[in-house]
Design a protein around this ligand. Structure first.
Ligand SMILES: [Zn+2]
Ligand SMILES: [Zn+2]
Length: 595
């Protein structure tokens, strides 16, 4: 089958329909096995589908196996799916009679003029907008796998009941399922949320809270290394450093529009609705703070472009259920910058930002897994955004032209813009195949207007500047997570928390080992000495587990000859060499940030 075929699994639309039909089969199987279980919702997702159930017991692995077996049976029965509609009152009555309270609630929440449709297959009927395959016989029963069962709040609301969500995948061929499961198992070994904890990069602590990871010394070191490097790189590229507060009064966010468009996403200190008292909020973005630097005095066209950079800690109030390791967090640190510029500088500065982002991603090794997305507003959902349709058309037109001029291949994301302007998003595909936004570059004039920013041009006229909002590597916590997964914990030498492990064979080698240690430290290398009273093989194994790039095993012969015996994580045993040669190679590798 070709990729363009409507009924090909390669076609995302067909794949969605396939998986969604599978979710009905799952619900039917559960109802056959346990009629008392109540049904919630069952959508297709990026990697398969799920169904949320309200059951009076917890699903066990045996239960999941039984559901899978029943699903295979339903596929073999080749049940036809038939659609019908009911008026609202009858639809509610229908689901009340079936004793499905979640479905009744869903129907009640549908808009007044909605068509309320149902799909029937055999004895089973579900509330659903469709579309679906025409028969359960189209699903390959032995290529379905229930992958996971976990708790999920009804409607994602922690005040509502906790339901059980069963995740699953399905493919048209058994071999495709097997291949997918093998890939997932491999990815799981690299999962930052597992590996990053095992290697002690980070941890999370219940009493601190969800989405607030604690960086342990190793993770903190990697983040520091990236921050220093980005700050130095920005300095070389003409950025001015700023250091602005982590919070501000409500009034600042009223000017920026965050109060009206982003309040739910902010941590507010005080009662947001009591206007008689001072109320603060932690910052979700650096923009309104950094603008104050520009506003500090009158500006002329000669001051522009003004490139401002800051290693900025930000706070976003997101749902506890969404939190995940270092990737979905409530507090994170990012190199946020704003370039305030004249219209004639827009393309040049945009190119600079893009080059900087590409340089950073290329250096750490993530660029090869990135794609570009031009994120636009949604003209049918205007209340989410500030500005007029004309202003949006203009900003998006300018950005589109720049992207085309720079030859960027991008997809378009509708309703993915920031509330104040369109963005170029650099999307990263992680080891599980899931996509996240890693970097954004945005063009904006609306916030410049909100803050009444202006400069005097060559003709003595007061003019509104443009602003580019940008990040070069994305937030550091998330970048660290991707690096742990990408390198399976074996980070490039320049980013490794410990770069060299010194392993003396016996205590009598310690003096010599300490000399080597000092020489390495003087060269800025991060070293550890394993002086435990352990067998050398155990010391080597432990250093390997720690993914340390180099081990120097020191014995009698090294002390006598003044050499070091080098084992490289990448290339294995390199034999004995003069310390000076090892230092030279190592410092070269670090200085060039080799991967
Ligand atoms: Zn459906
Ligand atoms: Zn910004």
């Amino acid at each position: 089958m070709s990729e363009n075929n409507e009924f090909s699994f390669e076609n995302p639309q067909y794949r969605k329909t396939y998986w969604h039909t599978c979710s009905h089969v799952m619900a039917q199987a559960v109802k056959r096995l346990w009629p008392e279980v109540k049904l919630a919702i069952g959508p297709s997702i990026d990697n398969g589908f799920y169904y949320d159930f309200d059951a009076p017991f917890n699903f066990t692995q045996e239960n999941l196996d039984a559901i899978e077996a029943e699903m295979r049976k339903i596929c073999k029965e080749k049940l036809k799916l038939e659609r019908f509609e009911l008026p609202r009152e009858e639809a509610i009555k229908y689901m009340q009679e079936k004793d499905e309270p979640y479905k009744v609630e869903l129907i009640n929440d549908l808009p007044e003029d909605a068509h309320i449709s149902f799909y029937t297959q055999g004895e089973f009927t579900d509330l659903c907008a469709g579309p679906h395959l025409d028969s359960t016989g189209r699903i390959k029963g032995n290529a379905i796998k229930l992958t996971q069962c976990c708790g999920a709040y009804w409607r994602g609301d922690s005040k509502r009941k906790m339901l059980q969500r069963i995740y699953a995948v399905a493919f048209p061929k058994k071999e495709e399922l097997d291949q997918y499961l093998a890939e997932q198992a491999e990815a799981l070994k690299r999962d930052h949320n597992k590996l990053g904890r095992e290697l002690e990069y980070f941890t999370t602590v219940d009493v601190i809270g969800q989405g607030l990871p604690v960086l342990l010394p190793k993770g903190a070191r990697v983040v520091q290394l990236m921050q220093r490097w980005v700050e130095d790189t920005e300095q070389q590229r003409g950025y001015l450093l700023t250091k602005t507060p982590l919070m501000a009064k409500r009034e600042l966010y009223k000017i920026s529009g965050h109060w009206d468009h982003y309040l739910d996403g902010m941590f507010v200190l005080g009662d947001p609705h009591d206007e008689t008292k001072e109320c603060f909020a932690l910052r979700p973005m650096t923009c309104p703070f950094q603008y104050q630097v520009f506003l500090n005095r009158a500006r002329s066209y000669r001051d522009l472009p003004m490139r401002l950079g800051e290693t900025s800690t930000l706070f976003r109030n997101e749902d506890s259920g969404e939190m995940h390791g270092l990737i979905r967090v409530r507090q994170f640190t990012i190199s946020e910058g704003h370039i305030i510029l004249r219209p004639d500088q827009l393309e040049e500065e945009f190119r600079h930002c893009l080059e900087l982002a590409k340089y950073c991603l290329e250096t750490v090794g993530l660029l090869e897994d990135c794609t570009f997305r031009f994120s636009q507003w949604d003209p049918n959902n205007t209340e989410k955004y500030i500005g007029t349709p004309e202003q949006w058309d203009e900003a998006q037109g300018i950005m589109g032209k720049i992207l085309d001029h720079l030859g960027i291949k991008y997809t378009i994301g509708i309703d993915e813009a920031a509330f104040y302007g369109p963005k170029l998003d650099i999307q990263y595909k992680n080891v599980f195949g899931k996509e996240d936004t890693l970097v954004t570059i945005q063009i904006d004039q609306l916030l410049a207007e909100q803050f009444d920013m202006s400069y005097i041009d060559q003709h003595g006229q007061k003019v509104r500047p443009y602003i580019i909002h940008r990040t070069p590597p994305g937030c550091y916590e998330r970048t660290l997570a991707y690096l742990i997964a990408k390198y399976a914990g074996a980070l490039p030498t320049w980013l490794s928390p410990t770069q060299v492990a010194l392993l003396p064979l016996a205590d009598r080698h310690l003096d010599y080992v300490n000399e080597i240690k000092k020489a390495l430290e003087q060269r800025g290398v991060r070293v550890m000495v394993d002086d435990r009273n352990e067998k050398i093989n155990k010391k080597i194994r432990d250093s390997q587990m720690e993914k340390i790039p180099y081990m120097l095993v020191i014995g009698d012969r090294d002390v006598e000859n003044g050499t070091v015996s080098v084992r490289s994580r990448k290339d294995g045993d390199l034999g004995a060499m003069a310390p000076a040669d090892f230092y030279a190679n190592l410092t070269e590798e670090i200085a060039t940030r080799a991967r």
